[in-house]
Design a protein around this ligand. Structure first.
Ligand code: PNW
Length: 462
């Protein structure tokens, strides 16, 4: 890059990783090809009333057949890294037994082409698409699932360990446990507070067992990580009840993962808060030691903050009983098409908290981005100025956190492509590349041109 580096660029550190992120079920399609079996998301999306417009991931962005084209998009962006997920039902179709060669071949092809393009693969092992057979056997509330996950991870690490340097065990276990088994808005759509807590523990256990499997199977030292969607929780006022509401959401939203993973303990206040739901006897001797296996980095996904006050909210909820003490206060100001408030300070807050609570642990923003509608201007260019503004504000927050001493190593923009946005189906678009789902044509939005420029300059306009 020969462009002048003027004082008007907020530059990121040398070697900062600039990426984009996707997930298998949201982009791949090819739902029944090469031996892939149904996942809980295939079942859920086929259940009437669960996903907007009855959309499914059957075809999605057809990425399974468009790997080369999609890597060419990333070359144009200039990304250094690509975060994708591996579909469990593609590589171990029933969730048990040996690996499926054709499923693994797909990820071999993907990672080969990434390497040829000079883009580092960052593989997530679980981004929500559990083989349906394992859900039929009990799913995440069932302890055995954690051991099945570790076995699947071993198969994948043995097959792909020579070509992937960065591994993430789980994406957002909070969503899996609490949206999947608590509020039921995500697959498998169950609504039980105790099952959501059991699921959270077994996800932690699955993660710890998977770290062991990765360390044992990977040929060379690799980077091993987990990605959490931590909640930037704020008390509405200084009233004690509002602070207690924030503490409760912090316990069941954040510390339920942070404490076991990084300190090998359960939050005392959470055990107390949930005493009417469970005695936590599903946590067995030795589990917390397994869960707390050392990690090389922590991935953080951030979209918007949460403000709470004393009160109550609807049930079933993803808060395991805390909804009886907590009211969610709508934030004033701009919102995205998801109706999520735009507030970049929340990202800075979380990075500073992690700087203080987990000293010495490098951080990576593994997802950040926004859903907005775009429009074609008369020349045919696809414009999404609100997304560019959102990204600019959030990258500025990351830059400020780094200046304040947070050790942030990279930023992955969610998402490369418009895709299947879970319960919202195709009605919400997170991509910086527009996908016309009728033709599968990809077009850079103005935000993609902007991001390419940011990467080329190594920073954002001041
Ligand atoms: C994350 N919530 O999902 C996921 O990792 C992505 O797959 C997803 O497309 C992206 O964020 C945008 O939604 C979330 O309700 C879904 O709190 C829902 C919530 C949080 C994250």
């Amino acid at each position: 890059d020969t462009r002048p580096r003027t004082a008007t660029t907020l530059r990121f550190p040398e070697g900062f990783r600039w990426g984009t992120a996707t997930a298998a079920y949201q982009i791949e399609g090819a739902a029944t090809e090469d031996g892939r079996t149904p996942s809980i998301w295939d079942t859920f999306s086929r259940t009437p009333g669960k996903v907007c417009n009855g959309d499914t991931g059957d075809i999605a962005a057809d990425h399974y057949h468009r790997v080369s084209e999609d890597i060419a998009l990333m070359r144009r962006l200039g990304v250094t890294d690509y975060r994708f997920s591996i579909a469990w039902p593609r590589v171990q179709p029933t969730g048990r037994g040996k690996a499926a060669r054709k499923g693994l071949d797909f990820y071999r092809r993907l990672t080969d082409e990434l390497r040829d393009a000079g883009i580092r693969p960052v593989a997530t092992l679980y981004h929500w698409d559990m083989p349906q057979e394992l859900e039929n056997a009990g799913g995440w509330p069932h302890r055995e699932t954690a051991y099945h996950f570790a076995e699947y991870v071993r198969l994948v690490a043995e097959a792909l360990g020579d070509r992937v340097g960065t591994w993430t065990t789980l994406n957002e276990p909070w969503c899996t446990a609490f949206l999947g088994y608590g509020s039921g808005v995500h697959a498998p759509g169950r609504t039980s507070a105790v099952d959501s807590l059991r699921a959270a523990h077994h996800l932690n256990l699955a993660h710890g067992l998977a770290v062991g499997a990765l360390r044992a199977a990977l040929p060379t030292p690799a980077e091993v990580s987990v990605t959490l969607n931590l909640h930037a929780v704020r008390a509405h006022t200084d009233a004690p009840g509002d602070h207690d509401a924030a503490r409760r959401i912090d316990a069941v939203g954040n510390r339920i993962f942070l404490d076991p993973l990084f300190h090998g303990r359960l939050p005392e206040d959470l055990i107390h808060d949930t005493a009417a739901i469970t005695d936590w006897s599903f946590v067995k001797d030795g589990d917390l030691k397994t869960v707390a296996a050392p990690l090389d980095t922590l991935g953080l996904n951030y979209y918007s903050p949460t403000t709470v006050a004393a009160g109550t909210s609807e049930s079933p909820s993803p808060w395991a009983g805390a909804e009886q003490h907590v009211r969610f206060v709508p934030a004033p100001g701009p919102r995205t098409a998801m109706d999520w408030p735009v507030d970049a300070d929340g990202l800075h807050e979380l990075l500073i908290r992690l700087r203080d609570d987990l000293p010495g642990l490098p951080l990576v923003v593994t997802e950040n981005g926004a859903a907005y509608n775009d429009y074609a201007d008369p020349s045919g260019a696809v414009k999404d100025p609100e997304r560019t503004a959102y990204l600019h504000a959030h990258l500025a927050a990351v830059h400020r956190a780094i200046k304040d001493g947070a050790d942030v190593r990279g930023y992955f923009l969610w998402s490369l492509l418009d895709n299947f946005e879970w319960a919202y189906g195709y009605s919400k678009r997170f991509g910086i590349v527009h996908v016309d789902f009728a033709t599968q044509r990809r077009t850079f939005k103005s935000s993609a041109h902007w991001y390419a420029d940011v990467i080329a300059r190594g920073g954002i306009p001041a």
